[in-house]
Design a protein around this ligand. Sequence first.
Ligand SMILES: Cc1cc2nc3c(=O)[nH]c(=O)nc-3n(C[C@H](O)[C@H](O)[C@H](O)COP(=O)(O)OP(=O)(O)OC[C@H]3O[C@@H](n4cnc5c(N)ncnc54)[C@H](O)[C@@H]3O)c2cc1C
Ligand code: SF4
Ligand code: SF4
Length: 428
Amino acid sequence: MEQVSGKIGDFHVSVRKRARYVNEDLCTGCGSCAEKCPTMAVDVFNAGLGRRKAIYKYFPQGIPSVFTIDAPECRQLGQGKKCGICAKVCQAGAIDYGQKDSIVHLEVGAIILATGYEVFDPSVIPEYAYDRIANVVTALEFERLLSASGPTAGHLDRPSDLELEKEIEEIRKEAKKLDRQIRQLEEKHGRSSASVIEQVAGGADKELRDWAAQAEKLLTMEKSLAELEKRKAAAQPARKLAFIQCVGSRDFRYNRFCSSYCCMHSVKEAMIAFEHDNDVRSTIFCMDLRAVGRGFEEYKLRGGSQAGITYLRGRVAEINEDEARNPVVWYESTTSRQVIHETFDMVILATACIPSSSASKVAELFEVELDENGFFKTDPLAPLNTSRQGIFTCGCAQGPMDIPESVAQASSAAARAAEVVSPARRSA
Ligand SMILES: Cc1cc2nc3c(=O)[nH]c(=O)nc-3n(C[C@H](O)[C@H](O)[C@H](O)COP(=O)(O)OP(=O)(O)OC[C@H]3O[C@@H](n4cnc5c(N)ncnc54)[C@H](O)[C@@H]3O)c2cc1C
Ligand code: SF4
Ligand code: SF4
């Protein structure tokens, strides 16, 4: 949104439509461009756990099913290099490197702010070591790991093992390059690298010394590759899981409020992990498990009796890591009154639901108020009304809530907006 003016029943809104460098009327969503694109970029939708091409679809079920070029990552658009492969392979002629942002002007009677939420960054909580221990992940990252369309196709591979794979791939690539250079030297001089290493030991010129250093570096790389491959072969999927609730919620240091949906998504994630592999055992650490909703308590109990979930009352004090990169969870059991530590394969943090980072900018633009937590302020007696007439809000933009509640609110907001615009429509 660039500009908003007017009043209830007669708003004028300017929206910036960003260039996607693909003509959406022509693109069929066939994916040939992404198949051939040579550039890899971090996959934001998969919480940075996977990689995608520079021409991409944000997520598989996105509507419209149209591709977009990530301009800063694209060789042609962002890096000043020659490429143009996607334009060559696109049979629909949909690629348009010259496309520009455009401004769309809308005349509307009512507005609904549905900008949702963001997840709290747990790296600010030092005791959970999220930024130091690879196998401590957020619930959103875990959700992507569990997903069949996610970076591991739904297998519970540990992030430390994914890091290992990446390390192997990088060393292998570098070793291949070095091997090629050494072979060229061997061919050129008609002698083996081993003989050069031997000669250098007794003193030699710079070219031979460099050659010997390269050959020795390759040997070291091959040794560490063998070691890493051995570790990769021994890697096991995560089976012992710890879920930690209220991470950044109900915590006076960060947010006092309850994020409302995280108790249930932790039970859900533990259930899905168990369905995927019946050897999975999960412990959910919570102050209390808030299963508020029809059938939610029964779902929670079913998790305990049929899906290997243990509910443990206790706030985790610290997480550290053992030599096998397993997270070790330290907590006080409030039932046995003992400080206990237990080793898990992975720890999943149920992070708080916080206001979208654009909320204050949106509030300023639309001249609506925010509440004390930074969500759009609503009228307690008309919960979809913002502080400005004709502007409504729904879903997590006004506070934490789950999908069914967000959808119900969205329907209500649409009905409230229709109330505003329908008299104008009737007279038109
Ligand atoms: C790990 C995890 C698992 C969950 N699992 C479940 C579950 O199983 N069941 C359940 O009921 N709930 C679940 N939830 C909660 C669920 O995600 C929310 O209830 C739901 O997404 C809220 O919908 P929303 O449309 O209000 O907000 P959002 O889903 O956040 O959508 C808001 C949209 O607005 C866009 N936006 C934001 N700012 C702007 C702007 N300035 N301009 C244009 N667009 C903007 C955002 O990009 C986003 O696409 C889960 C949450 C998490 C974190
Ligand atoms: S841009 Fe072209 S090649 Fe890429 S998905 Fe669309 S139609 Fe297919
Ligand atoms: S829903 Fe559960 S985990 Fe989330 S903040 Fe509330 S009590 Fe904590």
